[in-house]
Design a protein around this ligand. Structure first.
Ligand SMILES: Nc1ncnc2c1ncn2[C@@H]1O[C@H](COP(=O)(O)OP(=O)(O)OP(=O)(O)O)[C@@H](O)[C@H]1O
Ligand SMILES: [Mg+2]
Length: 346
């Protein structure tokens, strides 16, 4: 089959029809390693519309980043293999696009911010040079015009005295400011989708809030779709529209953000919520989900969460729960989602 390039097949911005901007559909990703097959992503589905913020939540190792890397097309294949699933952008499956087509999407139309700004920036080039490179490489701009754009972007992400600081090196900035520089680079080409993979994990709490606010503001201005990956429910409460909770490479709950805070419909989501420190519960012991995440080389039978689940019944050990539809916008992969919603502990 002749692979198609992005310009052949992707409609211009806005030409959406009824298809959401981005749809991940039953995605499977495995890593073929010496120790065996690591099933990192086992049937993930989520979708994102323009102007919408989706928070993807889950413990370390649940497959959040691997899913994002598959969307970006930056997985090393091998060892990664994608045996099943689609990632549709404007209705076109990115997984069958040519490398040339993907290059046109990557960075330009779907951009990503990584967790660790210090290692993502090159220490031997000034930040202005690194931001302006986006314009030189992708837009064929001159050095001078590129630097002008870099100053504009540094202003936009609120780096004080941008004009003076454009010639500074990454190590001369604080962690929060470096993350702002990464954000500037990621939005340089006006992407339609921005994936922020734990953009605030390395930062202190006040700076985390500022970075979240900045992302939310940039998104409102440009109507981007934003995917916020985090393991911290507290960070996304104010900015996300909807949440997908991941466990062991699967989505266990999809919900509008207000619904899930009010009443989670999966025991794992409930555990995550119960483990957020709250000022009104001062003095009480913090709840922690018991046990450890499963070994992806040797997954539990039935529901992967069953060894840790306070709602467990016999069939949880044998039957993999499908994603039960609770409403048009809400679903849970728990046989006992009704009990969880009611708040009665099984
Ligand atoms: N190249 C690889 N080879 C083998 N296993 C891998 C590879 N990359 C990722 N994995 C495994 O895939 C699983 C999912 O990883 P992923 O990075 O998506 O987790 P995550 O949810 O982003 O976690 P974190 O919160 O720690 O970033 C992990 O068990 C990880 O060890
Ligand atoms: Mg990750």
């Amino acid at each position: 089959m002749k692979k198609r390039s992005a310009t052949d097949v992707l409609p211009a911005e806005g030409g959406l029809g009824n298809e959401p901007l981005l749809t991940v559909d039953n995605l499977h990703v495995e890593f073929h390693t010496r120790a065996g097959i690591v099933r990192a992503v086992n049937g993930v589905s989520y979708s994102l519309s323009a102007g919408e913020t989706l928070a993807v939540l889950g413990e370390s190792g649940s497959g959040k980043s691997v899913t994002a890397q598959a969307i970006m097309g930056i997985l090393d294949m091998p060892p990664a293999v994608i045996p099943k699933g689609e990632i549709r952008f404007h209705g076109t499956n990115l997984l069958t696009l040519s490398e040339e087509g993907r290059t046109q999407v990557r960075g330009e139309r779907i951009a990503m911010i990584f967790q660790d700004a210090l290692s993502a920036l090159n220490p031997v080039f000034t930040v202005g040079w690194q931001i302006s490179e986006m314009f030189r490489v992708h837009r064929g701009m001159s050095k001078r015009d590129g630097m002008k754009k870099a100053v504009e972007l540094m202003d936009k992400v609120r780096i004080p005295a941008a004009r003076q600081r454009v010639n500074d090196y990454p190590h001369q900035f604080s962690g929060g400011m470096r993350q702002r520089i990464m954000i500037a680079m990621s939005i340089a080409l006006d992407p339609e989708v921005l994936i922020a993979d734990e953009p605030t994990t390395a930062l202190d709490v006040t700076v985390q809030a500022q970075i979240m606010e900045l992302l939310a503001e940039l998104q409102r201005e440009s109507n981007m779709g934003l995917i916020l990956i985090t393991h911290d429910l507290g960070v996304v409460a104010d900015v996300a529209d909807k949440i997908s909770v991941m466990y062991a490479g699967r989505i266990v709950e999809n919900a509008p953000v207000h619904d899930i805070y009010k009443a989670p419909a999966h025991p794992y989501s409930k555990g995550l919520l119960d483990s957020i420190p709250r000022v009104d519960h001062k003095g009480q012991e913090l709840y922690a989900i018991k046990g450890l995440p499963p070994n992806l080389l040797d997954m539990p039978t039935g529901c992967a969460f069953h060894p840790r689940c306070p709602y467990r019944q016999d069939n949880c050990v044998t039957d993999v729960p499908p994603l039960y539809e609770i409403s048009g916008v809400r679903s849970s992969a728990c046989h006992y989602w009704r009990e969880v919603l009611d708040g009665s502990r099984g």
